[in-house]
Design a protein. Structure first.
Lengths: 121, 121
DNA sequence: ATTACAATTTAGAATTATTCTAATTAGGCC
DNA sequence: GGCCTAATTAGAATAATTCTAAATTGTAAT
């Protein structure tokens, strides 16, 4: 854990709005003006590899980053663009619903959903 | 449906191995040597928009294209790199497993899985 | 047929998120 | 302090995709 990684991580914890690498860069710059974009990428990568954060991809848009450690999927509200974390219902295994070949071992699983959320009154 | 779109589509039907746009380009060139890469992108986009094919994204790798019209998800065998179509079990709705907010309406859903498949003897 | 029009294709340039490179800096340990 | 490794930095490079503007095609009307 270097100073830079700590700052990047704390920025992510501070505002869990699934920022892009560039968003993170701009936020981190405010409190560590000498940081470089490459470092932000390095940090995000390191944090990802150590399982502290998740990299979230919607189609081919810029990757976004998520500090939620619990297993969950992502729902993008097409009206607002906001990405929501969606948890699984109790004791549900997505792979139970799939016709996976015998012996298949899942190591990574990414589920992204786009749709409309009812307006919040 | 232009000549180019027809060729792109037929190439995809011919070999359902989830090729990238560039793969498609190279294959199409063999029977229509004047086609351009931009056209292949245009065609893939047009076919996608009309629901004839699906664009498949694994993380930030180049997009791949899939002619399987049935609802399914994608499993990449990490050993061979091959992408397999995985169907849902009878009458299964993935969203049933999720804690979606009331009234959420799903318009798109992409599920990608990476893992190991047992070696085929 | 010929013209007119819109949509598509083409070649190449432009874009952009991300990765790479090489040099510098920082931190830990003797 | 000096040494060593890993991390950071700035900037260049990469690569998939998109954009642009000109040329082509197909179609419908005259």
């Amino acid at each position: 854990m270097t100073k830079q990684r700590r700052v990047v991580y704390s920025i992510l914890l501070e505002n869990r709005d699934h920022p892009t690498a560039n968003d993170v860069f701009r936020r981190v710059q405010r409190e560590m003006s000498t940081i470089s974009l490459a470092t932000v990428y390095n940090c995000l990568d390191a944090l990802s590899k150590h399982g502290l954060i998740n990299q979230v991809n919607f189609d081919r848009e810029p990757s976004r980053f998520c500090v939620n450690p619990a297993p969950h999927v992502h729902f993008r509200d097409t009206r607002t663009g906001v990405i929501h974390d969606i948890a699984f219902k109790e004791g549900c295994q997505i792979t139970d619903l799939l016709d996976l070949p015998d012996g298949a071992e899942v190591s990574e699983l990414e589920l992204t959903i786009s749709g409309d959320l009812p307006a919040n009154p």
